[in-house]
Design a protein around this ligand. Structure first.
Ligand code: AKG
Ligand code: FE2
Length: 222
């Protein structure tokens, strides 16, 4: 029997990987449209919609460990960490492993781990401007966002605004969260936000981490 889906060998083409590494060096961020396979986006979107409709998601919070708490005034998405339970998740994560290898070879970033979650933003939800590295611990080094919603409407809102790393008042890019688009940026230096969405918004947010355990104290991932 031949598999009917998910046969594409790579998630990000060699050309995309090169462009991405160059953009990270030159400006600290990268955005590409139509870079994630359409069929994979469709399958992942279906998986996330199913979770959203069957109580499979948790309200997202801010902070880690004992400092983790809900703040709907800061972020309004519901999430589920990827755990390799489906072929689609495994294909996405395999693509991120390739990206990790590229970034380590090209930029010597020493990335050693990747964590990612599905994110569902219901209508009205947003995520206030922030940077992704937790204070005092620069363990998240590179952030990724893969967008999954097909046919994003022109008036749908929900764009991710990327601000200039050196001039954080200045908008550098506005990303429409359309299926196939992939964004990547330096976690500690690139402020960004999700504008209020008018329609349900589906994505996978992920982070490459460096081992940041200090003095034998385990640095928890989440
Ligand atoms: O979904 C996005 O566009 C960005 C999400 C984000 O900033 C985050 O989860 O940290
Ligand atoms: Fe973020």
């Amino acid at each position: 029997m031949t598999p009917t889906t998910l046969t594409s060998p790579t998630l990000l083409s060699p050309a995309t990987l090169n462009a991405l590494a160059d953009a990270l060096v030159e400006q600290g961020w990268y955005v590409g449209q139509n870079v994630i396979d359409a069929e994979l986006c469709h399958t992942l979107h279906h998986e996330l919609s199913h979770l959203a409709h069957h109580n499979g998601l948790s309200e997202a919070g801010i902070g880690r460990g004992s400092e983790h708490h809900l703040r709907k005034d800061i972020r309004g998405d519901a999430i589920r960490w990827l755990n390799r339970e489906s072929a689609a998740q495994r294909q996405y994560l395999a693509g991120m492993a390739e990206l990790q290898q590229t970034l380590n070879q090209a930029l010597f970033l020493g990335l050693f781990e990747y964590e990612a979650h599905f994110a569902h933003y219901p209508p009205g939800a947003f995520y206030q401007r922030h940077v992704d590295s937790f204070r005092g611990r620069a363990n998240r080094v590179v952030s990724t966002v893969g967008y999954l919603t097909p046919s994003w409407p022109a008036d749908g809102g929900g764009e991710m605004v990327i601000y200039h790393p050196e001039n954080s008042e200045q908008e550098a890019a506005r990303v429409t969260p359309e299926a196939g688009t992939f964004a990547c940026f330096l976690s500690a230096t690139v402020p960004h936000e999700v504008l209020p969405t008018r329609v349900a918004r589906a994505s996978i947010a992920g982070w490459f981490r460096r081992n940041a355990s200090l003095g034998g104290i385990l640095d928890p991932a989440r």
